[in-house]
Design a protein around this ligand. Structure first.
Ligand SMILES: *Cc1c(COP(=O)(O)O)cnc(C)c1O
Length: 349
């Protein structure tokens, strides 16, 4: 079975190149043999230490989790939190930076659980001006919206292929700028000889050691082939498709007489649309197609429409409208019409 043959150096290199392509970077992202959540914890462990101050933006549960990990690493953490139905503004971030003078600003670009996307480019511009290190969880952003590591000046960014890139979830990546590496290397408390050590993974990627056999082989092969599909479609086409899916979902939701969970439609993520639950009877306990119940504390408060990856298409959004229409006991025709209109209009562009 060729599937089980060890990975070649060329295959490993190819994976690094593919992640660099997705992140629009000339740096070499580090491959993490695990789900993105492991990569995020590794980043927290690698940057956190006593005497370091972080401004951590919390617009959803992933941001909150990152804050907890930074704190357990001994760092001084200031949380800039919003209610989970809105995102931060760049002006609030700028104000908080002036007040707290952090060494680094951390945030989640798009929270899949809340369906909110933070104003990433604007936040990064402020941080760059003030020479502050930036750390981003872009797992739910990559492929659905731009993540321009080099031109936006992102120092550390975590990505996975399991959302918009329609890939496997077993190998993640961390993009690290040279400033980012310096921030990690100068942290005396950064783990080494540990599953959470980005420094160890960097050495493995730099081939200082002989190609470490630490990547799950089947996941690697699946990722290589998922990326081949992405490259054939093109990154801009993939983000376009997600923007269309989200715009059409929002249009349909409004026609059904339902409200978006996010207070400001401009904060809506292209990956997931969240719908505010008005009536008890709309609660579901199990996913119905791409419609899923709210996670954790958001259960019963919202429904998620997971129009990402292969589900970022007109047909799947229409199916979701049929599910919502039944739950809301509303006629579906106008919603379907609104969905179609968005796809037709976009196709004509
Ligand atoms: C999905 C997601 C992750 C990754 O979680 P996994 O459990 O590894 O799939 C991380 N951050 C955000 C914002 C996500 O949406």
């Amino acid at each position: 079975m060729t599937l089980f043959k060890p990975l070649t150096q060329a295959e490993r290199n190819r994976l690094v190149d593919q992640w660099a392509w997705a992140l629009s970077t000339k740096t070499r992202p580090v491959l993490v043999p695990g789900e993105a959540i492991l990569a995020i914890e590794a980043v927290a462990a690698s940057v956190a230490g006593r005497g370091r101050k972080f401004l951590n933006i919390v617009t959803g549960p992933y941001g909150q989790q990152f804050s907890d990990w930074l704190r357990s690493g001994g760092a001084d953490v200031v949380d800039l939190s919003t209610p989970y139905d809105c995102v931060v503004t760049a002006a609030t971030v700028e104000e908080a930076i002036k007040q707290h003078h952090p060494d680094a600003v951390a945030f989640v670009q798009a929270e899949a659980v809340t369906g909110g996307s933070n104003p990433t480019e604007a936040i990064l511009a402020i941080c760059q001006q003030q020479h502050i290190i930036t750390i981003i969880d872009a797992v739910s952003a990559i492929g659905a919206e731009p993540v321009l590591m080099d031109s936006w000046g992102i120092d550390i960014v975590v990505v996975g292929a399991q959302k918009a890139l329609a890939g496997p979830n077993g190998i993640s990546a961390v993009g690290v700028s040279s400033r980012g590496w310096n921030f990690i290397e100068t942290n005396r408390e950064a783990p080494r000889h540990s599953a959470l050590s980005l420094l160890d993974l960097k050495n493995a990627s730099d081939y200082i050691a002989p190609a470490a056999a630490n990547l799950p082989i089947l996941e690697a092969r699946a990722l290589l082939s998922a990326f081949e599909k992405c490259e054939a479609e093109g990154l801009a086409a993939i983000t376009d498709r997600h923007q269309r899916a989200a715009a059409s979902a929002r249009a349909g939701v409004r026609q059904l007489g339902l409200k978006l969970w996010q207070c400001d439609a401009r904060s809506c993520s292209p990956l997931v649309t969240t719908v505010r639950l008005a009536a008890e009877q709309m609660t579901i306990t199990q996913p119905v197609g791409m419609v899923t119940p709210g996670d954790g504390a958001l259960y019963g408060q919202l429904l998620r429409l997971n129009h990402f990856g292969e589900a970022a298409c007109e047909q799947r959004v229409e199916e979701a409208m049929r599910v919502l229409a039944v739950l809301a006991a509303a006629p579906v025709e106008a919603a379907l019409e609104a969905v179609r209109k968005v796809w037709v209009k976009e196709n004509e562009d």
